[in-house]
Every structure is written in structure tokens, then in C-alpha cells.
Design a protein. Structure first.
Length: 213
């Protein structure tokens, strides 16, 4: 089963992608992991990607897609995969479709986890993390025992720059401009499954698995 995860930043798609991968025994593939692996292994595409990233520039689609196609050609992807963070734009979705068509296959499901912007702003604005042990918290949903202090190691918790309200709003704006059109794209392909992401994570998973099965 070949699955694409859609949803705004903070909608919970990474968490659910891992759950789905576990449920079906298929790999969870995030673009971040692919970039890191290619750079670490100093592949030709990895080195090209690094040259753009070092300048703070966006990695061109052809390099990203090249790395992704190499990854999904690996043996563990024979029974499918869950893509998390790709495609982000219509050209990427079209390139992925063309590449899969050459292999006589296609995306089976595009799961859109729908969460209103105001809920995402609250969710992400409340996230805190421990710079020392990597523990994660939320001031409303998963507060530490002592405010601002990590339960595990006692370090002071910090807020990622990505989670500050002004950054969240900017990320949502980019999402609506670039990524939202993918919902229409996969709807036209007849593979879109929309799920209410405001529910508890286990309820969201239940809905997703119901749609996939």
C-alpha cells in the first residue's frame, strides 16, 4: 500500500505516519530522513542537496525526487510505504505520479488530516522541548510536572523557533499557498481520504485505518 500524508504543520501527520507504517509493516519515509541519510553517506545527490542547504537555499525538485525514488526502490518498500513531507507541491506530485506510472504502480491513498489554523496555532505555540534529553511537552496537553522544567533530566525547557506564533502563521500561509492544492490533486485522482484531526490521536488513527482498510 502506497500512502501519502497530507496536512498542515502541526496537524499530527508525522505521528500518524509512524502509526500507519507500524500497522501495515511498511516503511515510514520522511524527506528529512532521506536528506540526512544521503548527506551522511555522501551520495552524489546528497552532496548536491548539501550545496544548496549550506547556502540556505531550497533543494531543487529534481534532486529531492531523485533521492526519494532511490529510497522507494529499496527492498523494504516492495509492499508499499508511507510518505511524510513529500510531495509538498503540485510539480512534485506530478513527478512522483510519472515515476510510479513507469513502474506500473500509483499512490493508493492520500490521507489529509484536517485541522483548523487556530487549533494548530494553539497546538504548536504550546510545544516545549528539552535541549538536553530531547523530551517533548505541551503546556496544555502534556505539561511537565514543574512548569518549564523537564521531568526526565531537570533541564530548562525551550520553545523551538518553528513553534513561535509568528513563525507558525508564516508556515501555515506557505502551506495554504503551496501544499493545499495537493488536496484537489489527489481528490481528482480518486485516492483522497479526509480525516478530522481535532480528535484525540488514537481516534484519528482509528478513522485513518478505517479509510485505508
Amino acid at each position: 500500500m502506497k500512502i501519502v500524508m497530507l496536512g498542515a504543520p502541526g496537524a499530527g501527520k508525522g505521528t500518524q505516519a509512524l502509526n500507519i507504517a507500524k500497522e501495515f509493516g511498511i516503511p515510514h519515509i520522511s524527506t528529512g530522513d532521506i536528506f540526512r541519510a544521503n548527506i551522511k553517506n555522501q551520495t552524489e545527490l546528497g552532496m548536491k542537496a548539501k550545496s544548496y542547504m549550506d547556502k540556505g537555499a531550497l533543494v531543487p525538485d529534481d534532486i529531492t525526487i531523485g533521492m526519494l525514488l532511490d529510497r522507494i526502490a529499496e527492498k523494504d518498500c516492495e509492499n508499499g510505504f508511507v510518505l511524510d513531507g513529500f510531495p509538498r507541491t503540485i510539480p512534485q506530485a506530478e513527478s512522483l505520479k510519472a515515476a510510479l506510472t513507469l513502474q506500473n504502480t500509483a499512490i493508493d491513498h492520500a490521507v489529509d488530516i484536517e485541522v483548523p489554523d487556530e487549533v494548530i496555532t494553539t497546538r504548536m505555540g504550546g510545544r516545549r522541548s528539552c535541549p538536553k534529553c530531547g523530551g517533548t511537552y505541551h503546556v496544555v496537553f502534556n505539561a511537565p510536572k514543574k512548569e518549564g522544567i523537564c521531568d526526565n533530566c531537570g533541564s530548562e525547557l525551550t520553545q523551538r523557533a518553528d513553534d513561535k506564533p509568528e513563525t507558525v502563521l508564516e508556515r501555515l500561509k506557505t502551506y495554504h499557498e503551496q501544499t493545499q492544492p495537493l488536496i484537489d490533486f489527489y481528490n481528482k485522482e480518486g485516492v483522497l481520504d479526509t480525516v478530522d484531526g481535532t480528535q484525540k490521536p488514537d481516534e484519528v488513527l482509528k478513522c485513518i485505518l478505517g479509510a485505508l482498510k
